[in-house]
Ligand binder design. Sequence first.
Ligand SMILES: *Cc1c(COP(=O)(O)O)cnc(C)c1O
Length: 373
Amino acid sequence: MKRIPVAGPSITAREIDYVTQAVTSAWYGDAGMFHGRFEAAFANHCGRRHAIALPSCTSALHLALMALDIEPGDEVIVPDATWIASVAPVHYVGATPVFADIDRDSWCLSPEAFEAAITPRTKAAIVVDLYGSMPDWDRLNAIAAANGVALIEDAAEAIGSRWRDRPAGAFGVMSAFSFHGSKTLTTGEGGMLVLDDEKLLERVQRLRDHGRSPGDTMFFNDEVGWKYKMSSMQAALGLAQLERVDELVDGKRRIFSWYREALSDWNGGKLNPDVDGLYNSYWMSTVVLDSEIGVRKEKLIPLMRQEGIDVRPFFYPLSQLPAFRDTPEAAIARDRNTVAAAVTPCGINLPSALSLTRDDIERVASALKRLTL
Ligand SMILES: *Cc1c(COP(=O)(O)O)cnc(C)c1O
C-alpha cells in the first residue's frame, strides 16, 4: 500500500533547468544573477517595492523585529495557535511574547483578542495567515494604527491567498514567507522578507550581512550583524517555482475541492475557513472534528498513520508547549484563549502534498469517515 505523504512539492523540468543553470553559471561576477530576478518577481507578486531572499522565514521575522528596534521590555502579540517559528524570533530579541486568541471562523488572530492584549508596552504584532487562511486585516490594521502597533505578516503558509483582493504578503509593514520543503512554493529551505519602506530595507540589508552597508566592497563592518543569505541554487529553484505559482496554488485548491466533495456526506467536522473576503490557497487541507465526536488528534493521528496516511496535528497553542508553559504570559493565555483551546485539540492537517491524486484523497476521506464513526 502506497504511503500518502502529508506535504511535498511539485518539481518540473523548469526547476531542474534553472538550478542547473545556477550551479553551472552563477559564480564569479554572476553569483547574484538568480537572486535579483527572484526578488524582483517576488516583490511584484506581493505588490511590494522590495523583497530580500533569506535562508528561512524564521530569519525574516528575526530581521523584521530587529529592524523595528524591538528590545527587552517590549511586548509582541502573536496568535496562540501557530508554528513556534512565528514567536521564536520574539525570544531572540529578548522581547516578551503575548499570546492572543484566534478567531473561531478564520483560525487566525482575533481582532477583539488583539485589541484586548495591547498594553503601553506593545510595540508589534506578528499576524499569521494560518494554513492559507487570513484574518480580518482591515480591522487589525485599524486597531494597530489607533494604538501605534507595527504589524508584521507571517505569510509562510499563505502564498497565493488573498484578502479582499490583496495578496498575502501585502499586509503590515513587512511580510515574511517560508520556502521550506513542505510549503506551497519551495526552495528546500528558504524565506523572503517583503516591504516598502527604504529605511527599514537599508537596516535589514545591513543586519543580514554582518553589519556591512549595502554595496560595501572593503569588508569594513559598521557593526556586528547576522549572516542570513540564500544560495543561488535556491534562488533559481524559487524563481522557477514562482513562475508556476498559479499552477501550484491551483493544485492546492484542487486537493481541497476533492476533499470537500469526498467529505460532503460526512458530518463529523468542519474543513478550512471559507470566510467573506478570503481567497484561500489551502496550504494544508484541515479538518476540525466536532467536539461531540469526542476524538482528539492524539488518538486519530496514529490510526491514520497505521492506514499509511501521514497527517499532522493542528498546532498546539503556544501557551501549552513545554517551551513556554512555565512563563507568566502562557499562564494568562491559557485562562483567556478559549477558542484556541477548543479548536486545536480536535484538528488535523490532511495530506496536501502537490503530488497527490484524486484516488489518494478518496482513500484519505474514507479512512477519516471510518475512524470517526
Ligand atoms: C513554516 C513556517 C514558518 C517558518 O519557516 P522556516 O522557513 O522554516 O523558518 C514560520 N511561520 C509559519 C506560520 C510557518 O508555517
